[in-house]
Design a protein around this ligand. Structure first.
Ligand SMILES: [Zn+2]
Length: 194
């Protein structure tokens, strides 16, 4: 598909976004490592899930969640507390969200970079290393501000986030259920959340 060549600013933005998204994804994975460990028996169940159903367990799919339940006991995940399970699943969902973000950002960069043999990223952008670093810092600052605003929103209690699918809800429109899972995620899993 022929595409319009991007101007220098757009090339710089794509590169900065990809770098920040990958860094963010790694930081989220690291931050969630302990929670993921608590959910280790769950990881074994998810491996079994893949063997049985031929695709990765998606914590945002209620169909997948329902199909995972019988495997939890088989893998020893049955001895986990609900809190272990929730921590593990929530960690998984957050890591997945940022991984997908990073994959999309890197793909956008790769798709835009028409390959010229031996060309470096800086040559393709047409900028100095300092310019790229400044663009990365700016992009990171924007991200940090966005995430801080989100945290403030959640801390105020006017919004809550489903730990399973990571969707946001206004508390006045849909009060937060005790399980912390939204109506879509709890439907069809046998857990009644209301
Ligand atoms: Zn949900």
């Amino acid at each position: 598909m022929p595409t319009q060549p991007l101007d220098q600013g757009a090339r710089l933005a794509l590169a900065a976004r990809a770098e920040v998204a990958v860094n963010l994804s790694e930081a989220v994975k690291e931050r969630n490592a302990a929670s993921a460990e608590r959910g280790a028996p769950l990881a074994a169940a998810m491996l079994r899930f893949k063997e049985l159903h031929g695709h990765d367990f998606d914590p945002r799919s209620r169909r997948d969640s329902a199909m995972l339940l019988p495997l939890l006991d088989a893998t020893g995940a049955g001895r986990m507390t609900w809190e272990d399970l929730e921590a593990g699943l929530a960690a998984e969902a957050e890591v997945l969200e940022y991984q997908e973000l990073a994959i999309r950002a890197v793909k956008a960069l790769v798709d835009a970079w028409q390959p010229v043999p031996g060309q470096t990223l800086l040559q393709w952008i047409g900028c100095e290393p300092e310019e790229l670093r400044a663009a990365v810092d700016l992009e990171r600052a924007i991200w940090e501000e966005t995430l801080a605003a989100l945290s403030r929103k959640l801390a105020s209690g006017t919004f809550w986030r489903c730990w399973s699918c990571r969707a946001m809800f206004a508390t006045t429109q849909r009060p937060k259920p005790a399980s912390g899972r939204c109506h879509r995620c709890s439907a069809g899993t046998g857990r009644t959340d209301s």
